[in-house]
Every structure is written in structure tokens, then in C-alpha cells.
Design a protein around this ligand. Structure first.
Ligand SMILES: [Zn+2]
Length: 291
């Protein structure tokens, strides 16, 4: 890994920087004529990979793809180049069986067996497909949109409205008080798992304001010394998670039952089951809540 001015969190999977120059994004101009190169085949939240080859026992599919698979792909997006060769994102219809020689691997960090590179490429593919599927028509007048040359956006040929891929900022906050840390639990998480306060930024709100508000709304306490720590792109479907640390400044922990099943202080010497290694929540905990 090359030395960098960035904090290490930029190398978390899903952040484009984690591909360290191996991936170059395409502008939305004309894609290459022939469809050689690497294919990121997304089916729901999984990636379809070849079931043999490579050092991990699977590999990313290379062109040519089997004809019965190729004709089901929609949309197909030219993502850019990966290791100098063209790289494509394509959606495989939900509910179809994997063709012979292919298997599905989860893109969800808690379940994945993919390498960090494959996960990051898969995340970019998920986002590109989501944007393609949700930008077909002008949001103002309903006319079919067209791609803008050299830009990632779409333009309406009728009313000239331009729109660009959506990114939804969210904050995630590690609250510490001496050698204890405030953790939260959602009901649908695996049994015993605890994570951090997190939530979407409201319209008109600063990141700092969102962090303070989310902590107050979810667990009822006040914070001070809010500091930016790291960020991670989260492609389910398009969040930018902005991570902060903060010190506890007062108030009793009061669990917001609309959002959480539980919230409590844990000693940093005795932490419960935590989110997976590949997430910014775990990055913040490993970095700022270890003795
Ligand atoms: Zn329009």
C-alpha cells in the first residue's frame, strides 16, 4: 500500500481510494465498442463470480460471457478501467438461477467472502446500476433523459434539467467517557451485536449539527469535543458515512425505542460483539475504543 496523506480509513472497502490507482472511473462518454474486460455482475446485493480460479477459489468474470447470461443483463454500464482493462457493471435479473460455472457472493460486509478490491468494485457497480435505473426519466417533466458527455449526470432533452448521481450523507458517532463507550443495538442485528449511533443528515443541517442531534435523539445524552475521524462510501444504495468521535458531557442514557432495541455504556476492556471489520463503525471502535 502506498504511503498517503489520508487517514487509513480511506482504504476501507467501498471507498474508491481503496483501489489505490488500479481503478480509473469512466466519464459518461461513448464506451469502448467491444465489451472485453472485467464484468461486475450484480444480482440484488450479490456479485456473480466464476466459481473456479484465482487464489481465493473464485474470480471476477472476464469477457466473453456465456450468451444465455449476456442477453439477460440490463442495464449495462461502462464503469471505467480496472488494472488497465475495461470494467463493466451489469444487473442480472432477480430470482434467476446462476448459470453453470458461476456462483453468488454477498456484497454485504457482514457476510462477504469477497476480497476488498472485489467488494469496492462491486459497490461501485451497485451504485452505477442504481443510478442508471433511477435516472431514466427527467424528474421534472418525465421525458427520457440522455447522458451528458464527460459528466456523470443526465440531461433532459425537452426541458434541459440536469441531474447527477445522488449521495446521501449520514453521520456515525463514537461517544466516549473515560474508559467506557456508548453503544447501541438495533433489533434486526445479529444477537448480541452492538454498534454506534448513526443517522441521516437532515436538509439544511451541518454534519456537526446532525451528529449532536442524532446522539441526543437516539440515546438522550449531550456531547462535546466532536471531531471528524474518517468517512466511508456505503453503496446500499448511496450513503456517505461521515465518522466522528465525541466526548460525553452529560445526561442519562435514554433509549429511543422507535429506533433502537438497546443502548448502554460498555467498558473498553469488555466490548460485546461488534460490526464487521470492513465497516467504518468497526474502524472507529478499533481505533478509538481500544484500551
Ligand atoms: Zn425535463
Amino acid at each position: 500500500m502506498k504511503p498517503s496523506m489520508y487517514p487509513l480509513a480511506v482504504y476501507l472497502p467501498f471507498n474508491r481510494e481503496s483501489l489505490a490507482g488500479k481503478f480509473v472511473p469512466a466519464k459518461n462518454g461513448d464506451p469502448p465498442e467491444d465489451r472485453r474486460g472485467t464484468w461486475l455482475l450484480v444480482q440484488d446485493n450479490t456479485l456473480l463470480v466464476h466459481e473456479a480460479g484465482g487464489e481465493h477459489g473464485w474470480r471476477l468474470p472476464q469477457a466473453p460471457l456465456p450468451e444465455e447470461l449476456a442477453r439477460t443483463l440490463d442495464p449495462i454500464v461502462h464503469l471505467g478501467t480496472y488494472k488497465g482493462a475495461p470494467c463493466w457493471a451489469a444487473a442480472v435479473p432477480s430470482g434467476t438461477d446462476s448459470p453453470a460455472g458461476f456462483q453468488r457472493e454477498s456484497l454485504l460486509p457482514a457476510q462477504t467472502r469477497l476480497t476488498d478490491d472485489a467488494l469496492s468494485l462491486g459497490g461501485l457497480a451497485l451504485q452505477a446500476i442504481h443510478w442508471e435505473q433511477t435516472s431514466l426519466y427527467c424528474p421534472r417533466c418525465g421525458t427520457r433523459t440522455s447522458r451528458m458527455q464527460e459528466e456523470s449526470g443526465k440531461r433532459c432533452p425537452r426541458c434541459s434539467y440536469e441531474h447527477y448521481p445522488h449521495l446521501h450523507p449520514a453521520v456515525i458517532v463514537l461517544v466516549r467517557d473515560g474508559d467506557r463507550v456508548l453503544l447501541t443495538r438495533k433489533a434486526f442485528w445479529p444477537k448480541g451485536r452492538y454498534g454506534l449511533v448513526a443517522g441521516f443528515v437532515d436538509v439544511g443541517e451541518s454534519l456537526e449539527g446532525a451528529a449532536e442531534r442524532e446522539v441526543h435523539e437516539e440515546v438522550g445524552v449531550e456531547i462535546r469535543d466532536l471531531r471528524y475521524a474518517a468517512s466511508q462510501y456505503w453503496p446500499f444504495p448511496s450513503q456517505l458515512m461521515v465518522g466522528f468521535t465525541a466526548a460525553y458531557s452529560g445526561g442519562e442514557v435514554t433509549v429511543n425505542r422507535h429506533e433502537l432495541e438497546d443502548a448502554r455504556w460498555f467498558s473498553v476492556h469488555d466490548l460485546p460483539d461488534l460490526p464487521p471489520r470492513l465497516s467504518i463503525a468497526r474502524f472507529l471502535l478499533d481505533r478509538f475504543a481500544r484500551p
